[in-house]
Design a protein around this ligand. Structure first.
Ligand SMILES: [Zn+2]
Length: 276
């Protein structure tokens, strides 16, 4: 079964790419359907504008029993379809409530929300729910033990590096999450945006290397002069990426501040390297 709305991507897993307003260069959020012995799980819902994609996919699947919906995290491009699924199926919508603060009032008031640590762990045979913070504090990834497939949310993206920006993103936490994901030994990773990742271990190794290279670039830039995040972003990120680049630089500066490798100067406008 494969169509505009539904694509098989692993044993018992189908993807619906829902057009969504999301992080460039992406234009879709991939939502995944998992067939379990108790019913179907849906992972993520898109931004809520094109929920008919989910409905069409559900019909193509033969209108199965829905066990519930798992939100990988609280960003709008993942939870936007929450009111649709809550109304359509009246099933639990599981999320780590550390991300609840990211929901707008309308979504937060829905009655279907359940906190993952309290109510989902242990109820899903064969599926490991992994606390995978860093992109957001409450990010959850799923690991299908039998097929060794990882549903990586926004922690791994198919055609770019992931976005880690304060205040909800935290680089050190994210790097620890990458280690945890690496150690799972997944054979396939399904990201929320972009292409399927066929060699997750190699991909995660590249991700880690890239972040440490960025840290090294920022250290050496701050060796010779005090610079602001915007000035560093100008050096490291090409034009179209500048805005997001500045926020990415902030998460690296936070990392270096935590290690007391740099200090703020000029009232926090710029940062300077501390001699080691
Ligand atoms: Zn996100």
């Amino acid at each position: 079964m494969s169509s505009e709305f539904l694509e098989p991507v692993a044993e018992g897993v189908w993807k619906t790419s829902v057009p969504s307003k999301t992080i460039p260069p992406y234009h879709h959020t991939h939502c995944y359907w998992i067939d379990t012995p108790k019913g179907f799980l849906l992972v993520d819902t898109g931004d809520g504008i094109h929920t008919h994609y989910l409905l069409a996919a559900y019909q193509e699947l033969g209108r199965p029993i829905m066990l519930g919906v798992i939100m990988t995290h609280g960003h709008r491009d993942h939870v936007g379809g929450a009111s649709f699924v809550c109304t359509e199926w009246h099933v639990p919508m599981w999320m780590d409530f550390k991300d609840r603060k990211l929901l707008d009032g309308g979504l937060m008031s829905l009655g279907c929300w359940r906190n993952i640590p309290e109510q989902a762990v242990g109820e899903l045979p064969g599926i490991e729910l992994i606390a995978a913070p860093g992109h957001t504090q409450g990010q959850i990834n799923l690991f299908l033990r039998a097929s060794r497939v990882l549903l990586a949310g926004d922690n791994l993206l198919g055609n770019s590096t992931s976005v880690i920006t304060p205040p909800h993103g935290h680089l050190r936490t994210y790097l620890a999450t990458l280690d945890r994901l690496y150690n799972l030994g997944a054979v396939l990773a399904l990201p929320a945006h972009g292409d399927v990742i066929t060699d997750p271990a190699d991909y995660i190794t590249q991700y880690r290397r890239h972040r440490f290279e960025r840290l090294a670039q920022i250290r050496s830039a701050l060796d010779s002069e005090a610079l602001s995040a915007a000035e560093i972003a100008q050096m490291l990120y090409p034009g179209p990426q500048r805005m997001i680049g500045e926020r990415m630089v902030m998460s690296h500066l936070q990392y270096l501040l935590e290690d007391r490798e740099i200090r703020p100067v000029e009232g926090g406008e710029r940062y300077m390297r501390l001699s080691s």
